[in-house]
Design a binder for this molecule. Structure first.
Ligand SMILES: *Cc1c(COP(=O)(O)O)cnc(C)c1O
Length: 399
C-alpha cells in the first residue's frame, strides 16, 4: 500500500506540514507521462502546475542544461551573464518592448513588480502619496508577504497580518468598480489576464482594455501577472496579445524554464526607470544555468510550433470537456478556459474527483474549490486528451 511507502513515512516526520500531498513518490517521466516508485503509470494533466511546457524528460532541454552545467552554473550579477541578456532580448522580441529583471519564482516576480511600481510612482513621478494597490477578488499572486497582500482569497491570507498595503480588492470583471476605484492616487493595478488558481475565470470581453484605458488616464501602473498564463499557455506567448492590451509590467515564471526555477518581470522603458543601481537584486536571478533552460524553451516553442499546437490542442480539450460536462450533468456545470488552461466546473468539491482520477492513473488538480484544472504540457497529443477525458468520465460516473 502507498501509505507504507518508506519515503512518505519519513516525509511525515521531517518535512513541514504545509502541503496536502498525495501518497505518491514520482520516479521518472516522459512527455505527458509519469511513473511512481512502484511502477504505476500516470497521465499527467498538471505538468507540475503549468510548469513543464515541453513535457517531462525532454532530451533537448536535458542536453542544454547539462552542457551549461559543465561550463558554468552560477556567477551572480556582479558580472554580465550572456544567456540572461539573450533571454531578455528574446522575451522583449515576443512583443513586449521594454527591459527585463530576472528572479527565481512567480511570487518573487510579483514582489519585484510591486516594488518597481511603488518606486516608480514615489521617486520618478514625484508623488509620494500614490501608495494604494488595486487587486481583485479570487486572485492569486504568490505566498511571500507582498504577493500575498495582493492575493484576493482569505484562506491564503489568514493569520499572516499585518500585510503590505494599502491594497483594495475589486470584483473581477466589474468595469464600474474600476472606473471609480482607480484614480490619480492609485499606485498600481495588478491582475491576472485569466484568473487561474481562483478557478479559471476569464475576463469579460473588453474588460482588460477598459482597465488599460483607466490606468493610462490616471497614470497608474498596470501589472499583468502572467506567471501562469504566459509562455504560451493560453495559445499566444503572452496572454495580453489576445486581449490587445499592452500592460506596463508583466511577471513571468512557471513555464519559463520548462521546470528549472526562473522568474522574470518585463517593464516598459518609462516604468523601468523606477529601478536604479542598488534598488533591487537577486543573488540567483538570471543565472547561466536557469537562463540556459529558458533559452532552450524559447527555441523549442518556435521549432516545434508550440503556440499553434497549444491553440489546436486547447480547442480540442475545451470541446471534449464541454461534451463531457453535458454528459455528466448534474455533477458538472460546464467547462471554461483558454488554450491549454482549461477547467471543468463541478457541482461541488473537486477534491474527491482528483483523488479518484489519480487512483485510475490520471493527474489533475482542483482550483477554486469546485473546478478541475487541466494544464498539460504544450506538446500534449489528441490521444492523450482522449485518454484523460475517458478516465474523467469514468470517475464522474462513479463518484
Ligand atoms: C503560481 C502563481 C504565482 C506564484 O508563483 P510561485 O512560483 O509559486 O511563487 C503567482 N501568480 C500566479 C498567477 C500563479 O499562477
Amino acid at each position: 500500500m502507498s501509505d507504507e511507502n518508506p519515503i512518505v513515512a519519513v516525509a511525515k516526520r521531517v518535512l513541514m506540514n504545509n502541503y496536502r500531498q498525495a501518497p505518491v513518490v514520482m520516479d521518472r517521466g516522459f512527455g505527458c507521462q509519469l511513473w511512481d516508485r512502484e511502477g504505476h503509470r500516470y497521465l499527467d494533466m498538471t505538468a507540475g502546475v503549468a510548469v513543464c511546457v515541453l513535457g517531462h524528460a525532454d532530451a533537448g532541454l536535458a542536453h542544454a542544461i547539462s552542457e551549461q552545467a559543465n561550463r558554468l552554473i552560477h556567477t551572480s550579477n556582479l558580472y554580465y551573464v550572456e544567456n540572461q541578456v539573450r533571454l531578455a532580448d528574446a522575451l522583449i522580441n515576443r512583443g513586449f518592448p521594454g527591459r527585463a529583471f530576472f528572479c527565481n519564482s512567480g511570487a518573487e516576480a510579483n514582489e519585484a513588480a510591486l516594488k518597481l511600481a511603488r518606486r516608480y510612482q514615489v521617486t520618478t513621478s514625484k508623488k509620494p502619496n500614490r501608495l494604494e494597490i488595486i487587486a481583485f477578488e479570487n486572485s492569486f499572486h504568490g505566498r511571500t508577504i507582498g504577493a500575498l497582500s495582493v492575493t484576493g482569497q482569505a484562506k491564503y491570507r489568514e493569520g499572516f497580518g499585518p500585510l503590505f498595503g494599502p491594497v483594495r480588492f475589486l470584483p473581477f470583471g466589474d468595469v464600474e468598480a474600476v472606473r471609480s476605484a482607480v484614480t490619480t492616487e492609485t499606485c498600481a493595478v495588478i491582475v491576472e489576464p485569466v484568473q487561474a488558481e481562483g478557478g479559471i475565470h476569464l475576463p469579460p470581453p473588453g474588460y482588460l482594455q477598459e482597465l488599460r484605458r483607466r490606468c493610462t488616464e490616471t497614470g497608474t501602473v498596470l501589472i499583468f501577472d502572467e506567471v501562469q498564463t504566459g509562455v504560451g499557455r493560453t495559445g499566444s506567448f503572452y496572454a495580453f496579445e489576445k486581449e490587445r492590451v499592452l500592460p506596463d509590467v508583466i511577471s513571468l515564471a512557471k513555464g519559463l524554464g520548462g521546470g528549472v526555477p526562473i522568474g522574470a518581470i518585463l517593464a516598459n522603458e518609462e516604468v523601468s526607470r523606477g529601478f536604479e543601481p542598488g534598488t533591487h537584486a537577486s543573488t540567483f536571478g538570471g543565472n547561466p544555468f536557469a537562463t540556459a533552460a529558458a533559452l532552450y524553451v524559447q527555441d523549442a516553442i518556435d521549432r516545434l510550433g508550440l503556440l499553434e499546437r497549444c491553440r489546436e490542442a486547447g480547442a480540442y480539450l475545451a470541446n471534449s470537456l464541454t461534451r463531457l460536462a453535458e454528459r455528466r450533468r448534474p455533477r458538472t456545470r460546464g467547462a471554461r478556459g483558454r488554450g491549454l488552461l482549461q477547467g471543468l466546473v463541478l457541482d461541488g468539491d473537486a477534491t474527491p474527483v482528483v483523488t479518484k482520477a489519480r487512483e485510475r492513473g490520471l493527474l489533475i488538480s482542483a482550483v477554486g474549490g469546485n473546478v478541475i484544472r487541466l494544464v498539460p504540457a504544450l506538446v500534449v497529443g489528441k490521444a492523450e486528451i482522449d485518454e484523460a477525458i475517458e478516465i474523467l468520465d469514468a470517475v464522474l460516473a462513479d463518484v
